[in-house]
Design a protein around this ligand. Structure first.
Ligand SMILES: Cc1cc2nc3c(=O)[nH]c(=O)nc-3n(C[C@H](O)[C@H](O)[C@H](O)COP(=O)(O)O)c2cc1C
Length: 583
């Protein structure tokens, strides 16, 4: 598998586009057959979900109790601009950041078998996403700037490279004071071991969830985050040390995904202290790639017994979707707050007193739904408001967490509403960018109604397409999984597919999935806040979904499904604390 190595000799753009389209087409599930995958699971060769760099100095992050400082804010305050004071950068606040984004949140046990769950969800709980931190000296970590790998099992940071101060300063020139970087990379083999050719998609969903969980964790600390999407993937690989073949000798490689800047925003008093009117979307490539003065530490551990199984089409889509150029774009940073969250105008029947940390810790995927729980319309509308990036009013700053993504949103929701009080069951559409309503309408079945539900709040572009009982249909489309029909509602995330790829390039394929993962992460927490539960659904029959919508070409494609409702727990599972079991 070629992930992690350099692909600067990029394919011509049209070849790359054709390849990405072909990968997408060939990894569809059909009623008649599934995308190619191993016939059976080779349990003895299952990749370890925990990467370590052997020989790298390990810095334990303090294990904080829920009430320890920095204690988390109320969940509802995440969405109230300026409500959360910016916490000082320290090893404790970094510990919270990782706890709320990527740490182990519990161990589950059934009989003799025990497995870890984390703050971020993952397709098949396989956790392909690895995280890296590049930061200046912080008390409790290395005395100078350093690149660290996050070791989730230990809740610790392992030092991968010591950076010279001058190189670090040059790298972060143009960013607010105290800015640091978080990078994500995928061990594609972890997903391919189980899911075969469709695994590349699942890795991208998981990156989207990781971006979302990190953005939301940063918000609990009053910090901001922006994806530095202008960076070329070669630069990213060099920056994160993923192109260092010698450090991965005999170990599975990682595919560089993305990097984000996080900074303590200082907005608590109602004013932004950031002096930056604009922020670059890339880093000084020469500073990023000049690793001559770095002191590198550690060798990646081997994750599975045998060599990864080769899936040629994954290797091909890795190359085709590789971003081989740097965009020198900047984004304008609003000095003010984003607009107040419009969902505050919608009635909220649930108490807003739960802490964000509590909901993040308790977030779990529902394994089954009860087929009876319904949710109030007000709460349903709030959930939908929270996934609206609100591009329509020319805001320079979008609401959290959409302020982390620098591109125009390109994903809409096709909703199968089963049990929402005061709302007719049926098929609905939420246009996350209202300017796209007509394009969606032109592409969909002509017989759809496109009526606005009577109780729909102003400014929410939600349309009833067709009334009716969609429970059996939703379950059938999601690979026959009952969780899509026994819930209160389920949905397909409909991407503006071909036009986005033609506009931006084949590398944007991965971004479309990241956007869906971020939508999923918001909805997971919204479900917990509403007293229900959610589950991401990567297994669905692609083209049958498009047929239900009336999409007959690649203009719109469903990339990810999701479901929310009243959960049914499995009493055979025991829950154990996240850390300290082996101390
Ligand atoms: C991208 C993605 C796809 C998923 N697909 C399915 C699915 O098709 N069916 C299902 O039951 N669960 C699915 N899940 C839920 C995962 O199995 C779950 O996140 C994982 O077991 C970890 O559990 P947790 O979410 O409780 O931490 C998916 C999750 C993600 C993030």
């Amino acid at each position: 598998m070629i992930d992690g190595t350099k692909h600067s000799e990029a394919e011509p753009a049209h070849h790359a586009l054709d390849m990405v389209m072909r990968y997408h087409q060939e990894t569809k599930h059909h009623f008649s057959h599934f995308a190619r995958a191993p016939g059976s699971l080779d349990w003895a060769n299952q990749p370890d979900p925990f990467r370590r760099y052997e020989g790298a100095p390990l810095f334990a992050l303090p294990r904080l109790q829920p009430k320890d400082a920095p204690a988390s804010s109320l969940y509802e305050d995440l969405y109230r601009p300026g409500a959360i004071p910016s916490v000082a950068l320290s090893v404790r606040s970094l510990s919270r950041l990782f706890e709320y984004s990527l740490a182990i949140s519990a161990w589950k046990q059934a009989g003799e078998v025990r497995w870890a769950l984390r703050s971020n969800p993952s397709s098949g709980n396989l956790h392909p996403t690895e995280a890296y931190l590049l930061i200046d000296a912080v008390d409790g970590l290395s005395p100078g700037p350093g690149l660290y790998h996050y070791a989730a099992k230990e809740h610790a940071l392992e030092l991968r490279a010591q950076w010279p101060k001058e190189g670090f300063m040059r790298l972060l020139q143009g960013f607010p004071p105290e800015s640091f970087l978080i990078g994500f990379a995928s061990v594609i083999w972890r997903e391919a071991w189980k899911y075969g050719e469709r695994a590349f998609r699942y890795c991208q969903h998981d990156v989207g969830h990781a971006i979302g969980s990190m953005r939301i964790a940063a918000q609990t600390l009053g910090w901001r985050m922006l994806l530095l999407d202008g960076l070329a993937d070669d630069t990213l690989a060099a920056l994160l040390g993923l192109d260092r073949a010698g450090d991965f000798e005999g170990a599975e490689r990682e595919h560089p995904d993305c990097i984000a800047v996080i900074w303590p925003a200082g907005e608590a008093a109602g004013h932004a202290t950031s002096p930056m009117p604009c922020m670059p979307l890339s880093l000084a490539a020469d500073a990023a790639c000049d690793v001559t003065e770095h002191v590198w530490c550690g060798k990646a551990n081997r994750l599975s017994r045998d060599e990864p199984v080769q899936w040629k089409i994954i290797d091909q889509v890795v190359i085709a979707s590789w971003k081989s150029h740097t965009d020198r774009k900047v984004v304008e940073l609003s000095q003010g707050r984003p607009d107040a969250d419009p969902s505050h105008h919608v009635s909220r029947p649930y108490s807003g007193q739960t802490s964000a940390g509590q909901l993040i810790r308790q977030r779990r995927s529902a394994l089954a739904f009860d087929g009876t729980t319904s949710i109030p319309a007000g709460r349903f509308f709030t959930m939908l408001m929270r996934v609206m990036p609100r591009v329509e009013r020319g805001l320079t700053r979008r609401p959290m967490p959409w302020d982390a993504l620098p591109w125009e949103p390109a994903v809409h929701l096709a909703l199968f509403v089963h049990r929402v009080d005061d709302l007719e069951p049926g098929l609905y559409l939420l246009a996350r960018d209202p300017a796209k309503v007509n394009t969606l309408r032109d592409a969909a079945h002509p017989h759809f109604d496109w009526t606005t539900p009577a109780c729909c709040p102003d400014g929410l572009p939600l349309f009833l397409l067709q009334e009716g009982d969609a429970r059996a249909l939703a379950a059938q489309l999601s690979c026959g999984q009952d969780i899509a029909g026994e819930s209160a509602f389920s949905l397909g995330m409909i991407a503006e597919f071909e036009s986005s790829l033609r506009k931006h390039g084949a590398w944007f394929y991965r971004r479309l999935f990241w956007e869906t993962g971020l939508i999923g992460q918001v909805l997971y927490l919204e479900a917990e806040a509403a007293g229900v539960r959610a589950t991401g659904i990567g297994c669905f029959f692609d083209d049958p979904v498009h047929q239900v919508m009336g999409f007959n070409d690649a203009s719109f494609q469903s990339l990810y499904h999701f479901t929310t409702g009243g959960p049914v727990d499995d009493p055979r599972l025991t829950t154990l604390p996240p850390y300290g079991l082996d101390d």
